[in-house]
Ligand binder design. Structure first.
Ligand code: SF4
Ligand code: SF4
Length: 479
């Protein structure tokens, strides 16, 4: 029997897990350092002798064409010494099909301004209107939403208040008032309060920069390329360059106060330029992190990345990932957000049965005070989860968590990437299904190889980078 050695500095946690099958539980991959085994349960990674890797690959390839035989798979796993399941003293898997309990609320985003000063064809929020009319959140609703978050949070737990839109800085006065109210109210209830804001940065003023610097703020800026690329996608009604205004906004932040974390978020459409150029442009502009998200669902389908375009997206993401790997291995910073987040997820054994905390610890409040699973699902009756006035709807959240557990979802139930992916963004799945699964698995397969190589070539990366450096979610809200 082979004795496998786990890679990375994570301690071996709990042991083998139960079926549904080798292809769903494992993935063989190779790096410059040999063959390796990824185990979905606990996102564990092991070195693997080449002979074992070859047998496992042959088995899973043949199993695709044959009926699933759990007994034969268990015997093979035991023979190969795979750390999966079987035998006395084997603990239960970390994730089984049991839905998560509804947790206390920990993040709430406020759609303070359901309107925008730009007009972008790829905006999931329909310029903030979500299919309705432009409107602002009343002050009383915003304050009540903060009070509701504090009342629903676990005693003493940190909470995040987010500002979304539309463009939240169009409701500048309200943002400032809410920060003041939340800071005071959080101090009174014993909850440390952090803030997150997503903006196009075209209207930021010195007093906003001072606010971001004075409080624990994460600010995510929408950046779609260089001047030509950004302006092609982000139209400023009435003329002018949205990019020039963003650059002026960056100057304001650099002169009057930067937030604790300033990231750039690139929405990738069929019209987006080369990703590596955009990534390095964002890094040159001084963002702490630059990340990409494919536009899967947009009011105008011409802006959506379709199933066939995902292979080109994967190619470009891998090119960016290779550049990050080379730089980090040489000890140079290269803040490619998607890559760094994946490295840390793998290193800490990240595994979860949901894509994010939407509908669980995270909710979003509409301008009228309705509560929804997340900021992209505002005004969607299928994701309504109570109201600020009446409180979160516990039954709706429990039902959401029961229905969307990745082990209860087809085709995710048998996908080896399921505990890293979580089954896909609810907003995208509800509108477009899952056109990007091959991309997700391809990106994760690249990340597995890159992780092994980074642990060999630059283990210090994992000592100096902590998950809290990398909010991951665009607004740092839904994790
Ligand atoms: S959404 Fe696709 S990639 Fe993600 S777990 Fe489901 S099947 Fe796998
Ligand atoms: S990943 Fe989660 S939080 Fe983010 S947009 Fe999708 S459902 Fe909302």
């Amino acid at each position: 029997m082979t004795v496998l050695v786990q890679i990375g500095r994570r301690p071996p946690e709990r042991g083998p897990a139960g079926p549904p099958g080798l292809a769903a539980e494992t993935r063989v991959f190779r790096s410059a350092h040999g063959a390796h085994l990824f185990v979905a349960d606990g996102s564990r990674i092991y070195d693997l002798p080449e002979s074992t890797a070859a047998r496992l690959e042959a088995w899973t390839a043949a199993a695709d064409a044959a009926p699933h035989d759990p007994a034969a798979e268990t015997a093979l796993a035991a023979e190969l010494g795979l750390p999966l399941w079987g035998g006395a003293g084997v603990p239960a898997p970390r994730i089984d099909g049991t839905p998560a309990e509804v947790p206390p609320l920990s993040s709430l985003s406020l759609n303070v301004m359901q309107a925008c000063n730009l007009s972008c064809g790829h905006c999931y929020a329909d310029e903030g209107r979500f299919g309705g009319s432009a409107r602002a959140m009343p002050r009383a609703t915003a304050f009540a939403a903060v009070d509701r978050l504090l009342a629903e949070a676990a005693p003493g737990a940190p909470v995040v208040v987010g500002f979304m839109g539309g463009e939240p800085l169009l409701a500048r006065d309200l943002v400032h008032e809410v920060v003041d109210h939340a800071t005071r109210a959080g101090a009174a209830t014993g909850h440390p309060v952090r803030f997150a804001l997503t903006t196009n940065l075209t209207t930021v003023r010195p007093e906003d920069a001072a606010l971001f610097a004075a409080h624990p703020f994460t600010v995510a800026v929408s950046l779609d390329g260089d001047r030509a690329g950004h302006d092609a996608l982000r139209t400023a009604p009435g003329g002018g360059s949205a990019y020039d205004r963003l650059r002026a906004g960056l100057d304001v932040l650099n002169r009057h106060g930067r937030p604790r974390h300033l990231s750039a978020r690139v929405s990738v459409t069929p019209y987006t330029g080369k990703l590596k150029g955009i990534l390095e442009h964002g890094i040159d502009l001084g963002f702490d992190e630059v990340g990409f998200a494919a536009v899967v669902s947009a009011p105008d389908p011409a802006y959506e990345i379709g199933a066939e375009a995902f292979s080109g997206f994967l190619e470009q993401m891998t090119e960016c990932g290779e550049a990050a790997l080379a730089a980090l291995a040489a000890g140079r910073p290269y803040p490619f957000g998607n890559f760094q987040t994946a490295m840390l997820e793998l290193h800490t054994g990240g595994h979860r049965p949901y894509p994010c905390g939407a509908g669980a610890g995270y909710l979003s409040a509409s301008a009228e005070g309705g509560l929804y699973a997340c900021h992209r699902l505002v005004d969607d009756p299928g994701f309504r989860m109570g109201s600020v006035a009446g409180g979160p709807d516990r039954a709706a959240r429990a039902e959401h968590l029961a229905a969307r557990h990745v082990d209860r979802t087809e085709p995710c139930r048998t996908c080896w990437a399921r505990y890293l992916c979580g089954g896909g963004c609810y907003h995208e799945v509800a509108r477009r299904g899952r056109p990007g699964c091959d991309y997700i698995r391809g990106w994760l397969a690249f990340c597995l190889r890159a992780y092994v190589e980074l642990t060999e070539r630059a283990p210090e990366f994992f000592r100096r980078t902590t998950p809290s450096d990398l909010p991951g979610d665009p607004a740092g809200l839904a994790r």
